[in-house]
Structures are given as C-alpha cells and as structure tokens.
Design a protein. Structure first.
Length: 277
C-alpha cells in the first residue's frame, strides 16, 4: 500500500463550509466501518501500553495496524503533524506528540487515533493506566468516562448541544474537576473536522438542535486541578497550567431517529475503564 498516494486520495474530500451535514444510510454504513477500525486500533495497542515502552513505538504499531485495516491515519501530515496518533501522558491534556519518552509505572496516557477508511473518518481516544495506578488517577479516569457517556446517552433528535455540554459539565464539577474549555468535539464524516463544534460545557436548551443524521465527536477533557491549559513550543502539545493530571475519552457518534449510535465502540469491550463505577 502506498501511504502517500492514499493520503492524497483522501485529501480531495469536501471543504468545511460552515454547514452542519445531515447524512443518510450510506453515511452511517461508512462511519460504522471507519469507527470499528478506529476502535480495533485501540484494542490492538492496549496490550503494548506497558512500562518501558516508548510512545513512538506505540505510534509505529498504530500506523502499521491501520494499514492492515485498509485505512490510513488521518493525523499523518495533517497541518504538518508527523505522527499517526496523539499520546498524552499525565498532565498533557491533548495532542501529545509520540517520541522517545518511555512510559512509567503509574502513568496515565490518552491515545487518540483517527483512521480514514473509504473516505470516512473514525475518531476515538481512550485512557490507559500504565502498570499500577494511583487511586486519584483512576478516579479522574473513571469520572471522565462517566461524563462522556452521560453526555452521549442524552443524545437524540430535539436535544440541544448546550444540554449535552451542561450534563458533562455538571458531572465534572460535582466531582470537583476542572472541565477544559479550550478544546471541543467536532463534526466529522468525509471531513476530519467539520461543523458543529461540540462544547463540553454550556446551558441546557442552548446551541444547535440535534437532528437525525448528524455525526460528531464527544470528547471531554477533565483536569484534576484547574481547567487552564498552555500550548508548548511545538505548537501542538497542550498541558495543564498547574501541572495537574488530565484525562480524556472520545467517541464518534451519529444521531438516529430515536437516540444515538456510537460508531467507535470496542468490539472487545475495551473502550471503558475496567474499574469504572
């Protein structure tokens, strides 16, 4: 497989035009295939998230696995990004760049992958605890997963995005965690990032109303401390300003006639913490 040619092929997708896309049954089929491949990528990498492994070793495995699924990593070459995934360790909020850093016992790491299959984008991320984690880190991961799923479970036609954000924010703040407001979820499908922006905070009843056929990600980021973040000199890596731990989960979803479909559910059941409440 010629990766450069495949990336060029998918670069011809329609441009972001500010409009929320409504997709048909064929779109749902495309997203199911891409979402499953993304979930399988994280299932594949899970056994390798161990002390002593470098994040670039994980990234290499991710790239090679995506190719076996007939897809390509959407991040590779995206706006100059040079890796096939994002690996965000401990106080890194998001967009951590894989490199020679070795994982250590007790680290928490978010691995974020997006695969393009037949022109459709499957985007998902999970938290992994390396070796034996500390309880405060486990609890942060638990609550972040719970917040994401509470937001997703409220999705159906007629509900507003502000309501989804309010549900996530309420759960985060009830557990005294900072909810990151500098980043948000996004529409996706044929495009990597599309309308609408999906905030993980807000007011009930505000924002765009959900309609059947909308595709987007839900990906809250919670901090053990304050919500403030800084962007490092590499232009990508976002870290907590107070150096507190951060956690994130992400699913790609579609609004159905009576609820929601999660495209990136793990076939092996590995997309939620085994210690989740």
């Amino acid at each position: 497989m010629n990766l450069a040619e495949d990336l060029h092929e998918f670069s011809d997708s329609p441009a972001r035009d500010g409009q929320i896309k409504i997709h048909d049954a064929a779109g749902f089929e495309g997203m199911r295939k891409a979402g499953r491949a993304a979930a399988e990528t994280l299932d594949h990498i899970a056994p390798y998230v161990q002390p002593g492994v470098t994040t670039e070793q994980l990234d290499d495995r991710i790239r090679r696995f995506m190719l076996t699924k007939g897809g390509v990593p959407a991040t590779l070459g995206y706006r100059g990004y040079t890796k096939s995934s994002c690996t965000s360790i401990n106080h890194v909020v998001c967009h951590g760049i894989p490199g020679p850093k070795q994982l250590r016992n007790g680290d928490i790491v978010n691995i974020d992958v997006t695969i393009v299959v037949d022109g459709w984008h499957g985007d998902t991320s999970r938290m992994f605890i390396v070796g034996e984690g500390k309880r405060k880190a486990e609890r942060l991961v638990e609550v972040t997963y719970e917040a994401m799923m509470m937001g997703i479970n409220a999705i159906k036609p007629g509900v507003t995005l502000g309501t989804i954000g309010a549900i996530i924010q309420k759960h985060a703040e009830a557990n005294r965690y900072g909810i990151v407001t500098d980043f948000c979820g996004h529409g996706l499908g044929r495009l990597f990032h599309d309308e609408p922006n999906v905030l993980h905070y807000g007011e009930e009843g505000e924002g765009p109303e959900l309609r059947e056929g909308m595709f987007f990600t839900v990906e809250p980021m919670l901090n053990l401390g304050r919500p403030d973040v800084l962007i490092l000199r590499d232009g990508w890596t976002a870290v907590t300003k107070d150096k507190s731990l951060s956690a994130q989960f992400e699913h790609s979803v579609g609004v159905t006639a009576d609820g929601v479909e999660i495209f990136t559910k793990s076939p092996a059941g590995l997309d939620c913490p085994p210690y989740a409440v």
